[in-house]
Design a protein around this ligand. Structure first.
Ligand SMILES: [Zn+2]
Length: 451
């Protein structure tokens, strides 16, 4: 190799050379700074958070209004919260008694990690979810198809699995949507969604009832709505909840389940305008690509029911969440939820509560179910999966709980799918000026599915 074009560049004068050396020195001294992100790691240190519990009495709960706390779950009459030092000060200022629970939960967390082969053990990471969906579609190419709904903020794909006969045709059959992992730390919600896919696909050839559902309906499953958050929860901070939006001002994340466009930002009780809050609703309705992906999917298909999986309160919630008042379809929404809970109870003996979301421990505005019901008039449920593993009484679900939690949710999902399909072409949307009765809505009886 010869003739490098050094002659193209004018030679530096001694003065210019000095200047260059000084510049070089400055560059070397500043080099470490180039590797520091605009927000310092300290700003993202969540090691100062505590888990606390409060008595779930009306009196205490009314005092919590407007504090925008990060509710983890309600359990046996107590409310569990991930609290920052500021939260603790505010609770003390209001004379609200709390119990410090961190010791119990963090100890559990460590023993859990040690027992697992990797950070997330049997729970699916983003890449593992992607592989599982691809495998399911490859193994069942006529009835399963992976659909990329768009990119997350950090460029990961938001995947849906469509399950239906002639899955590659656009037949627009009555559809049900199942979503998991709006909230990053709620790993069990991914598992229930994925296992439902596998169950339907593997039983299509074995079980006439499942086959009939796949013949006449569409199931859309989005196991991970918040892939960036999920990865952050696995690798950086287990209790992470929101997506990974950089809000500026050293704060990260929008609560995707406060970012939907029905009654978005209705008040400061059911969501927060403070970017630091764990229930920060974002700068506008559907400001986030992850909630946009669900919105856009919903607008393209004939969805007639929705279950959004969360954890950890062992309860079935239905609209409204943004206010205490019931909707005009209270009877129908509550009736379907009660039937789901009745089907779930015998499986493991776990009793899922049935509550109107706004009647429970706290209000929520901008959530998925208020939006699906409010905009499309379809029954929409948040199912909060159980918090406590039967062996240790800890907080996060152990790997050993995955199958049993899925098993008890299966009849509820099949029930609602059956309802979706058998009710096709009837009097949806729900909402009307005069309340309806549910006498016409007799879902086909579900036989216990073959294992
Ligand atoms: Zn959640």
């Amino acid at each position: 190799m010869k003739g490098l074009p050094t002659e193209r560049y004018p030679r530096s004068s001694p003065r210019l050379q000095k200047k260059k050396e000084r510049l070089f020195l400055i560059l070397i001294l500043c080099l470490p700074l180039l590797f520091v992100s605009p927000v310092s790691p300290a700003a993202q240190d969540y090691g100062d958070r505590d888990i606390i519990s409060l008595s779930g009495t009306e009196d205490i709960l009314s005092k919590l209004k407007g504090l925008s706390l990060d509710f983890l779950m309600e359990w046996k009459g107590r409310v569990y919260i991930v609290a920052s030092p500021t939260d603790l000060v505010r609770l003390q200022e209001r004379n609200i008694p709390y119990v410090l629970e961190s010791d119990r939960f963090y100890r559990r967390l460590f023993s859990e990690t040690a027992a697992q082969t990797s950070l997330n053990g049997a729970f699916h990471s983003y890449a593992e979810t992607e592989r599982e969906l691809m495998t399911l579609a490859q193994d069942h190419p006529l009835i399963a198809r992976v659909v990329d709904l768009g990119d997350s903020l950090e460029g990961r794909n938001i995947y849906a699995l469509k399950i239906s006969r002639n899955v590659h045709l656009d037949e627009n059959k009555p559809a049900m949507l199942i979503t998991g992992c709006h909230h990053a730390r709620e790993w069990i919600s991914v598992e229930v969604a994925l296992l439902f896919c596998r169950h339907l696909l593997e039983n299509d050839a074995l079980n006439a009832d499942i086959k009939a559902l796949i013949d006449s309906g569409e199931v859309w499953v989005v196991p991970v709505v918040n892939p960036d958050g999920l990865e952050y929860s696995i690798h950086s901070y287990r209790y992470w909840r929101k997506n990974r939006r950089n809000n500026g001002t050293a704060s990260f994340g929008v609560d995707l389940n406060r970012n939907y466009g029905h009654m978005w930002g209705y008040d400061e009780v059911g969501s927060s305008s403070d970017p630091d809050s764990e229930v920060y609703r974002g700068t506008g309705a559907f400001s986030e690509p992850e909630s946009q992906a669900i919105r856009d999917l919903f607008s393209r298909r004939d969805f007639r029911a929705l279950i959004s999986y969360h954890s950890y309160s062992q309860v079935i919630l239905y609209p409204w969440g943004y206010k205490h008042d019931p909707s005009v379809d209270e009877g129908l929404l509550a009736g379907l939820a009660r039937q789901m809970a009745d089907l779930m109870r015998p499986v493991n003996g776990r009793d899922y509560g049935v509550e109107r979301a706004g009647d429970g421990f706290y209000l929520t505005n901008g959530d998925t179910t208020d939006w699906a019901y409010g905009e499309y008039g379809v029954p929409a449920y948040t199912i909060e999966l159980p918090p406590v593993d039967q062996l240790y009484g800890g907080f996060f679900n152990s790997e050993a709980d995955i199958q049993s939690i899925f098993a008890e949710n299966l009849p509820a999902m099949l029930f609602l799918l059956n309802w979706t399909v058998s009710d096709s072409g009837s009097d949806l949307p729900f909402r009307s000026d005069s309340p309806k009765t549910d006498t016409k809505r007799k879902p086909a009886k579900i036989k216990s599915p073959r294992r």
